[in-house]
Design a protein around this ligand. Structure first.
Ligand SMILES: C[S@@+](CC[C@H](N)C(=O)[O-])C[C@H]1O[C@@H](n2cnc3c(N)ncnc32)[C@H](O)[C@@H]1O
Length: 282
């Protein structure tokens, strides 16, 4: 299956390689930076505990799981709203706390899905006040309502034991036990002078956060958990995980990029990123 949301840093193009490296010999699957969930949906593990700090994203997954038909009906109201006027009006509801608090969870999920498919590059970015500030994307035919995909994903969530929770990655990952797998896809390290998107949350993710994540990985590996970590191919990350029990893999793919807001043409660029596996050597 494929993600139902577009997500900055989405792992769809690496899904096959990452899934092969993680293997399928584990009890529970944890993905505490779930984002678009490309690896979860590619692997379709039986017992999956998914989480993210993004409240609106996790609300969407819970609605897809528990109320797919109501979501589809609600999304039909957005089909003819792919224009900047409607977009800004719908986006800016979060500037009016009382109006926003009156939305039902299903209405919030539909709003999130609409914004995700009509905004620039599918980015979810909020300012210090938690207000979404992503510009309109000007896509010709965005797939605002993907009814079949919503139904398929919902069926997977229900047929298997897949749960979603709003939480910090440290809290959820720390529950993993020997025999489990945790796949971490954090906001990436950005080399000095390079552009990179780490603004998923108002507070960002800096090198101290990367170090803290590595310490948690050490602890989990000691416990007998297998950890997989995606990150950018920077010197800092290679040094951070440069000791046992971590193994590095360079993943390559071609990425289509639309460089500026409003640009019509896309260019292609080869991307390399790191996938790191940590497990106790038997
Ligand atoms: C690189 S994206 C994950 C992309 C995902 N693997 C995919 O394929 O779409 C990073 C995610 O981490 C989340 N995040 C950032 N800081 C977090 C934290 N402290 N705890 C949990 N999630 C966090 C962001 O909301 C974002 O969804």
């Amino acid at each position: 299956m494929q993600p139902i949301v577009k997500w900055a840093g989405g792992k769809r193009r690496f899904a096959q390689q990452i899934s092969k490296l993680l293997g399928n010999n584990f009890n529970n699957y944890y993905e505490p930076f779930i984002g678009g969930g490309a690896i979860l949906l590619y692997m379709e593990p039986r017992n999956a505990k998914c989480s993210d700090i993004n409240v609106e994203l996790i609300n969407l997954y819970n609605i897809v799981k528990n109320h797919p038909e109501e979501l589809i009906v609600e999304l039909q109201k957005y089909i003819d709203k792919n224009n900047s006027h409607d977009y800004l009006q719908i986006r800016n509801i979060d500037r009016q706390p009382i109006e926003f608090s009156r939305l039902t969870e299903i209405e919030r999920a539909a709003r999130f899905m609409y914004l995700n498919h009509t905004c620039f590059n599918g980015i979810w970015r909020v300012n210090q006040n938690g207000q979404n500030n992503v510009p309109f994307g000007r896509y010709v035919n965005p797939k605002i309502l993907a009814a079949d995909e919503i139904r398929d994903v919902s069926k997977y969530f229900n047929d298997y034991n897949v749960s979603f929770e709003v939480n910090d990655y440290r809290v959820v990952a720390n529950r993993a036990q020997a025999g489990d797998v945790v796949y971490f896809d954090p906001p990436y390290d950005v080399e000095e002078g390079q552009n990179g998107f780490v603004g998923y949350t108002a507070s960002g993710f800096n090198q101290n956060n990367q170090r803290e994540l590595k310490e948690l990985c050490d602890l989990l590996v000691q416990r007998g958990v297998t950890v997989g970590i995606s990150n950018s191919n920077t010197r800092f990350i290679r040094e951070l995980y440069g000791n046992d029990p971590y193994n590095f893999y360079e993943l390559h793919s071609e990425l289509k990029v639309r460089r500026t807001i409003g640009a019509k043409s896309e260019s292609r660029r080869e991307v390399t990123e790191l996938f790191i596996i940590g497990r106790l050597q038997r």
